[in-house]
Write a protein that binds this ligand. Sequence first.
Ligand code: SAH
Length: 346
Amino acid sequence: MIKEKKDIRALSRDQLRDFFVSEGDKAFRGNQVYEWLWAKSAHSFDEMTNLSKETRAMLEEHFVINHIRVDQMQRSQDGTIKNAVKLHDGLVVESVLIPTSTRTTACVSSQVGCSLDCKFCATAKLKRMRNLNPDEIYDQVVAIDNESRLYFDRPLSNIVFMGMGEPLMNYRNVLKAIEMITSEDGLGMSPRRITVSTSGVPKMIRKLADDKVRFKLAVSLHSAIDEVRSRIMPFNETFPLKDLREALQYWYQETKSRITYEYVVWKGINDTVEDARALVQFCRFAPSKVNLIEYNPIGDDTFRQADFNAIEMYREILEEAGITVTVRRSRGKDIDAACGQLANKS
Ligand code: SAH
């Protein structure tokens, strides 16, 4: 019988140390390997040059390194880069590098496909196949950090969990990935440069607060009126706005961290004064910021970007209520890399 090899990055540092002891070697060998696996992001045991040939062969016998492979890279006219990332089992996710004059942001995926059913999102049309493992999320960040250094001469500065999938439905692995991204054993990034975006799973938002996470939270709201939100984001029936709001209140009470709302204004769907007022009512309990994001068409006519006047109306009403507003232009549209367009098209 062929023994199936284990994914070595599923082991903690202590487990690796124990493994070496059980093999009659020294525990510190585990530290060396751990460093190769995370901080140095090794793709193979052969790269681990401070280990003997025998040790490397022994590791090879027991374990695999399920490193992702950037299968295809597309560059947009505006500098945005989209990676099609192949996983060890052949499935594909996408991640995006978004450059500005001062920053490089990585937009990473947390699941293959998505189990939610937002009517305006291309990823929702893909079935959710599986959750990504912590190392598969980590690798996407490393790949984009490398590209940022190569093409923009600077390291990655920010990370947003706004790629494929619902991060809070892969809670454990997302948190484990962030732990490695922020750890000195990994990439040593500040958690304040990381934003996790959720369509709003109340129970998991409370859990984030209880777990005292230090990254930022963004909520894809799109409407603060249940009837409208349920129409465009059907899971709102299960997690209505009242529950979402209570969870967010709890988040703010525990973390004192400002909440960002992502919001697209669509013609004939949520572009009235009443819609804008409901948004103010929903988010005024805590310091908030609203990103009015441009709609990226996904090839059906149900949704159309609202008129400029409607966006300005939102801006005025929000600003009057003391809520920070930004109006976001899309990036990477020409290569289907913009919000809601990730669908493994190529
Ligand atoms: N599931 C998480 C993470 C995905 S983030 C979440 O919903 O927050 C992707 C963001 O792009 C979300 O804010 C989503 O609402 C938005 N989005 C989806 N489709 C879009 C589209 N066609 N145009 C613009 N934004 C879109």
